[in-house]
Ligand binder design. Structure first.
Ligand SMILES: [Zn+2]
Length: 399
């Protein structure tokens, strides 16, 4: 038995009705070779696999592991607690008032661990996760999932700008330094001086992930200095009497304040218009739109417009947290999108759910597509109708 043959035996071969490499067209009856470390060693047409290979035939569509572009692991303990379809302001107020569960850190940790395992079993390979504390650091270190942690900055008061940035950097220190950054929570939770100070305090490598236009009230706030956010500030005791109407939609107000060369993930975009996207694309920034369909239905009972999704910006898919979702499952997010927008093409939405997300999180060289040398995970979608997603489709992690 020669050495070469030995190496060949250590590889596992899987075939399925279709293999979706994502970086290249679907292969009918394709074959994937993967080694014991999860490294892709070959992607073949049905007649190209080495003849000595023992191929395990699977029924369904083989895809790389999903990328969850947006989550808050820390909020997992709020599953089933927050009333649905109340609008963003009441959602935020509820979460702020219930931020500390009665059972404390132990309850938060237990819920995070369960959520992490749920995501892995649902075929998720990497997650962009927002935090306000270092509580998730241990779980992330031990997890089979690769996380990029975004430490959120919330800063409405002028006097605490520098302090808030320092605090975020201290929390960031607890996480994988190659896959963490500090970020702004949302335009409505950061003052103008915070936006300016943030720009000066981050390097080019710092990926930004910011909640954007999740509610029409956010646009009303920046356009007219009116609406439900005025009630929000009153209830949390923040004086914004100095705030002037900006006469433009939220995104057009805050985007110019962000550092121009950093990668930016805009999360939700539920009330973003085609005009806003044109504005963002004209700035030639590296911008991705993260769509979280189930959370949008949970909070605002609506979805981003199809014209916005199809307007040429990179799309990625997120689950948001269990505070606004009953599961952390990218396949379920895709089902919602396809149910509401039947004209969407599955091969395209799979790219949003895998390679686009990996690139946005700075993991595109390792994850998101079945390409030789990558370690993207291997996921089987069962009960597919050719390359069409139906409600019956189930996910099974193969590698
Ligand atoms: Zn969020």
């Amino acid at each position: 038995m020669d050495k070469c043959y030995n190496i060949e035996r250590m590889l596992k071969y899987f075939s399925a009705d279709y293999v979706l490499p994502i970086s290249s067209p679907p292969i009918r009856n394709g074959v994937v070779a993967i080694d014991q470390d999860g490294v892709i060693k070959g992607v073949y047409n049905s007649d190209e696999a080495p003849i000595e290979a023992e191929v395990r035939k699977l029924s369904g569509v083989l895809v790389p592991g999903f990328i969850n572009g947006h989550c808050h692991l820390e909020l997992s303990y709020l599953k089933g607690h927050v009333p649905e379809k109340q609008g963003l302001v009441d959602f935020l107020l509820y979460v702020m008032r219930h931020r500390n569960p009665t059972a404390g850190e132990e309850e938060i940790e237990k819920a995070m661990k369960k959520a992490d395992e749920m995501m892995y079993n649902n075929g998720i390979q990497a997650v962009g996760d927002h935090v306000n504390t270092a509580l998730s650091a241990n779980i992330k270190e031990k997890s089979k999932i690769q996380y990029h942690t975004f430490v959120e900055i919330i800063g409405l008061q002028e006097e605490v700008v520098g302090q808030k940035i320092d605090e975020a950097k201290e929390i960031e220190f607890y996480f994988d330094h190659l896959h963490s950054s500090i970020t702004l929570h949302a335009p409505y939770s950061c003052s103008k001086s915070m936006l300016t100070a943030f720009k000066k305090s981050v390097s080019e490598r710092n990926i930004i992930s910011i909640h954007n236009q999740e509610s029409e009230e956010e646009n009303i706030l920046f356009r007219y200095a009116k609406g439900d956010f005025i009630r929000f500030y009153k209830e949390i005791g923040v004086d914004i009497s100095h705030f002037k109407p900006q006469a433009r939609a939220s995104l057009q107000y805050f985007l110019p304040y962000l550092p121009s060369t950093n990668r930016v993930i805009l999360v939700h975009n539920t009330y973003t218009t085609v005009k806003d996207i044109d504005f963002a694309l004209r700035t030639r920034r590296n911008v991705a739109l993260c769509i979280c369909p189930k959370a949008n239905l949970y909070i605002e009972d609506t979805l981003p417009r199809l014209s916005v999704i199809n307007h040429g910006a990179d799309i990625i898919i997120g689950t948001d947290s269990l505070a606004s979702n009953d599961t952390l499952d990218i396949l379920e997010e895709l089902k919602v999108l396809h149910r509401h927008y039947p004209e969407l093409d599955f091969v395209k939405t799979m790219q949003w759910a895998t390679l686009n997300g990996a690139k946005a999180l700075g993991m595109g060289d390792q994850l998101g597509s079945l390409e030789v040398g990558k370690t993207p995970g291997l996921v089987l979608l069962k009960n597919m109708k050719q390359l069409h997603l139906t409600e019956d489709v189930k996910v099974e992690r193969i590698v």
